[in-house]
Ligand binder design. Structure first.
Ligand SMILES: [Zn+2]
Length: 248
């Protein structure tokens, strides 16, 4: 069920945080989305997806209603969770409520989880190529700082790697105009984009301490990959704040 998972308890007056990236195993998805598919509208039945989402919520000790999903648009809108059920139309979501967990769904795009353990904020961001070029991560950082965040840490989950993300030369060049480090070369020597590297550069420039998990969605059969499989399921990055009073 989990590709990576970690929990840091609150300590010395700072908040704790629990985050995870799921994989494709352990759920009841079928067909092309076989496994722990968490995405609606990707060819899987909504009953199966809901059952899988229930399972995810349970792992966090939450009810399904406490998972905050986004209706992801490949844009740069960043929403602040209002504690209501139902997805917000955005590619970044911020919360300071330890009673809910934020979810970003991906199948090659870069999932970014953010936390400020001092100010007590978490955020989940969906950064594909359009999000990297458009600046959804800088937009999320700006919103976090506006809210009072100062010491932001990031965990960047697995996504399609540069070698596996072949694109037309013009597309590579226009991405490189925004983030030069993203210009890359595929396994076959053709133009490619390193979206993850571009996102990490944006985080570093934003003063964020970054952990970048290894792994390529297209190369790892444990993860869903649109590039590899076309229609397929979605795995998730999930983050939740843990308030000091939640630990005895
Ligand atoms: Zn790869």
């Amino acid at each position: 069920m989990f590709y990576a998972r970690e929990r840091s308890d609150p300590a010395g007056g700072v908040y704790g945080v629990e985050w995870s990236f799921t994989d494709r195993w352990g759920g009841s998805g079928r067909g092309r989305s076989v496994g722990f598919n968490l995405g609606l509208h990707v060819g899987d039945s909504s009953d199966v997806v809901e059952a899988n989402r229930h399972g995810l919520a349970r792992e966090f000790g939450l009810r399904l209603q406490a998972l905050r999903f986004m209706n992801q648009q490949h844009g740069c809108e960043v929403a602040v969770s209002a504690g209501v059920k139902g997805p917000v139309a955005a590619d970044g979501i911020i919360s300071r409520d330890a009673g809910e967990a934020l979810v970003v769904l991906v199948a090659d795009c870069v999932p970014v989880l953010l936390v400020d353990r001092t100010a007590g904020y978490v955020a989940a961001v969906h950064a594909g190529r359009p999000g990297m070029v458009g600046g959804v991560v800088p937009a999320a950082l700006a919103k976090l700082r506006e809210l009072g965040a100062q010491e932001v840490e990031a965990v960047v989950g697995p996504s399609v790697c540069a070698r596996c993300y072949e694109v037309p030369a013009a597309m590579r060049d226009s991405a490189a105009d925004i983030e030069p480090v993203s210009a890359s070369v595929s396994w076959t020597g053709t133009p490619a984009i390193d979206v993850g590297a571009g996102v990490v550069a944006q985080l570093v420039r934003g003063g964020v301490a970054v952990r970048w998990l290894p792994g390529c969605t297209r190369e790892d059969p444990n993860l869903y990959s649109y590039r590899r499989d076309g229609q397929t399921g979605r795995f998730a990055g999930v983050v939740r704040l843990i308030a000091p009073e939640q630990v005895a």
